[in-house]
Design a protein around this ligand. Structure first.
Ligand code: AMP
Length: 179
């Protein structure tokens, strides 16, 4: 978990490579669907460009598919998902059906002004100032209920500062995961 621009993709990729497990980013999957002009991509487009979330059912459909991959059996890393309590509830059901469980949640935190600075130089379509602000607002609104839900359900939530050297941040994550 983490706000847009927190480094979820960068840190997630490093961690997944190290663990030898696949990383599934709902944002990447949606952007690819949009490039391929699939019905799902086209449906998600307006919300993505406005900085709003894509419907929970669409997202849970994506996750249902990726968890059915054989390569997910030895573990996987989810990047940018779940983002709402409804998604967390849906994920719990999918995991239970497959006899899997979440080991931990990594909550990457980065101050808003640093996020604005990072994203205004990144240049993706949903990185316009106004959209960034909206994405941050949406993130902030959903974050607490989601973290509370996970704390109540006994999943370990690790808080990591996402500012500074990329390798140091990764080392922090590994240390907290005790890997
Ligand atoms: P990201 O690259 O994770 O910031 O995702 C880019 C955009 O895709 C988000 O601003 C949302 O519009 C959409 N998106 C990605 N993941 C989710 C999710 N778990 N729930 C809802 N919308 C999502």
């Amino acid at each position: 978990m983490g706000p847009p621009g927190a480094g979820k993709g960068t840190q997630g990729e490093l961690l997944a490579n190290r663990l030898g497990i696949p990383r599934y980013s709902t944002g990447d999957i949606l952007r690819q669907a949009l490039r391929d002009r699939t019905p799902m991509g086209l449906e998600a487009k307006r919300n993505m460009h406005a900085g709003e979330l894509v419907h929970d059912e669409v997202i849970l459909g994506i996750i249902g598919e990726v968890l059915a991959h054989e390569e997910s059996e030895a573990g996987f890393l989810l990047d940018g998902f779940p983002r709402t309590v409804a998604q967390a509830v849906g994920l719990r059901k999918l995991l239970l059906e497959r006899g899997l469980r979440l080991d931990a949640i990594v909550d990457l935190s980065v101050p808003d002004d640093e996020i604005m600075r990072r994203l205004s130089t990144r240049g993706r379509k949903d990185d316009l100032q106004e959209t960034i602000r909206r994405r941050l607002e949406v993130y902030e609104a959903k974050k607490k209920p989601l973290l509370d839900w996970y704390e109540n359900s006994g999943v370990r939530v690790m808080s990591v500062q996402g500012v500074g050297d990329i390798d140091h941040i990764q080392a922090d994550i590994l240390e907290q995961l005790a890997l």
